[in-house]
Design a protein around this ligand. Structure first.
Ligand code: AQP
Length: 338
């Protein structure tokens, strides 16, 4: 008989730079949407951030900034557990066990490692290679059943399912759930504003490629104005955006920001040129992002309060994680004092 798992959401963002519109639309906005529907646990995954070099003098602040983004977007620490990963050591402990469950062949298929390590894979950290096993631990440490993520993380959530299945099979238990990735809405993959074939990323080379959650009105307008497009006006139907990656991206962003659909956006702007669409998009983005940017700045002015929220959330997370890690140790046969 298969165990019934309590519906529970887990997801996280790594503090590897300032939050982007991609992080907001692909993740945070959807985290807020799931709040109140089931138990929700949202983490700032600082141990993932250090898989590539992070300046120690900036990491703690970057961690606070992601937390400030969560709070400013509407995550409520009284409803969701909000914490940073490194304060709950069980993540690292379960991560090690999953390093021993996951197969090297599985890791070799992870496209994100190939993208991030590029041609210098030999020089990449072992942590960057193993990071999907730690991500599986983040999720399964809470027996999370649902993981809202952007499209780029789909493969890692599928790996999490494989790790859970192998663990259950190897130890003849029904202990870890088969977690579902939740990838929905029009902005599951927000693209780079200067190159519609690349994802918008925190750590992309140029700031003009991305909208940051903290960008002011003028900068947002400038970035959309300079965003790469093509000479054609917006088409009459969505099919007309096929093979127009940059145009499609701007339509998807508009749809997501306005809680609408790409079809509805096209219906409204059919035949419009960029001179009309881009300023409308910039106004909409400013309307949605500026209040959050202001709130983030207000929160960041009181770092002790953010630290307090994260410490309190970490305590709650530790309490949920401890019995699951203890049972995992027992299943694996690791001796522990009682
Ligand atoms: N462009 C995007 N569109 C939609 N969703 C996105 N996410 C990231 N970029 C986009 C989603 O945000 C969540 C947190 O991601 P992360 O910071 O943990 O890792 P990432 O995907 O590697 O993010 P970045 O911004 O690209 O960071 P860097 O440049 O440091 O690697 C995830 O749910 C992700 O899907």
């Amino acid at each position: 008989m298969t165990q019934a798992f309590t519906p529970r959401v887990f997801s996280g963002i790594k503090p590897s730079g300032g939050l982007t519109l991609g992080n907001y639309l692909g993740a945070i906005k959807r985290f807020v949407g799931m709040q109140g529907q089931m138990e929700t646990i949202y983490c700032v995954v600082d141990m993932h951030a250090i898989t590539v070099w992070q300046d120690p003098s900036e990491l703690a602040n970057a961690t606070r900034e992601v937390a400030a983004g969560y709070l400013a977007a509407g995550l409520d620490p009284a409803t969701s557990i909000l914490f940073n990963q490194s304060q709950v050591s069980a993540h690292a402990e379960l991560g090690w066990i999953f390093n021993c469950v996951a197969r090297v062949g599985w890791m070799n298929r992870m496209t994100q490692f190939k993208d991030k390590a590029g041609s210098s894979a030999e020089k990449a950290s072992l942590g960057l290679y193993a990071y999907p096993a730690l991500m599986a631990a983040d999720i399964l440490l809470y027996h999370a059943t649902h993981v809202p993520v952007g499209e780029d993380q789909k493969q890692h959530v599928e790996l999490t399912r494989d790790i859970a299945a192998k663990f259950n099979h190897d130890f003849k238990v029904d202990f870890f759930p088969r977690t579902e990735p939740v990838i929905d809405g029009p902005a599951t993959r927000v693209m780079n504003l200067r190159d519609g074939t690349k994802k918008m990323s925190k750590s992309g080379e140029s700031d003009m490629e991305r909208i940051n959650m903290t960008d002011g009105a003028d900068l947002i307008a400038k970035k959309f104005k300079k965003a790469k497009t093509d000479p054609e006006p917006l088409p009459e139907t969505l099919e007309g955006l096929k093979d127009r990656a940059e145009a499609r991206n701007l339509v998807d962003i508009y749809a997501s920001l306005s809680d609408s659909t790409p079809e509805a956006v096209i219906a409204e702007y059919a035949g419009a040129g960029w001179g009309r669409f881009k300023p409308a998009l910039a106004d909409l983005a400013v309307e949605k992002l500026a209040p959050m940017g202001d709130e983030m700045a207000r929160l960041m002015a009181d770092p002790a309060e953010i630290d307090r929220v994260l410490a309190e959330g970490s305590e709650k997370a530790r309490a949920l994680a401890a019995p699951i890690l203890a049972q995992t140790y027992d299943i694996v046969g690791l001796l522990r004092g009682r």
